[in-house]
Design a protein around this ligand. Sequence first.
Ligand code: GLU
Length: 258
Amino acid sequence: MRIVLKIGTSTLTYPSGRLNIRHVEALVKVISDLKNAGHEVILVSSGAIALGIGKLRLRERPSDIPTKQAAAAIGQCELMYIYDRLFSQFDHSIAQILLTADDVGHEERKTNFENTMERLLELGVIPVVNENDTVATAEIRVGDNDTLGAITACSVHADLLVLFSDIDGLFTDDPRRNPEAKQITEVREITPEIEALGGGAGSKNGTGGMITKLKAAKIVTENGSDMVIANGNAPETLYDIVEGKPVGTRFVGKREKS
Ligand code: GLU
């Protein structure tokens, strides 16, 4: 199976921007094991800006673009260093891919991206994708890594996109406010009712929130692949997700009827 796994900032770091070692170590172990079992895994990893902020010991998230971009430059280095070190323990190699919307909107650059990804996967490497935050301004940004995950999943013809976040999945209401809210385990059609569930206040988390997750689900399911939203706090659930067991919320890809 070819799996794209998007890991959100809230899974990788504490609010201070320091690394969540427990989550990252567990994630790397599960991904390495899935690779050993014969699966192909592509990571779409956030966390560059947060790790940069942590490394610089800034007290709060900068609001100006140059400082955010500087933080991303510092944090991206740190992010890849951490992955490289941890994956090396299990004898896996990683590769860094930094993109903007401009790159995937440009035919030749998109083809180059796809060819490189294919070759990296053939070589048995784990590509780690992020937005090229140091050069991306509003006009050319993808803007959030849920969408970047969906674009990547379509580009590499992945079977599955998994969005690991700090929420358990899609709920009938905001579970932080309404204890009666129920988790939806499977979505076969993204109807206006489902879309309305993404809009509620309080559902925002990290850069994305539920709105960008539903946007990603639309892109990926239209392309025929499944997408799962699950809580990144328990990386071992990735085994069950890959086996198709009910974890989080699964959006079922549209398959051609034969
Ligand atoms: N590219 C951003 C980062 O690495 C994160 C964007 C997102 O989480 O959606 O900090």
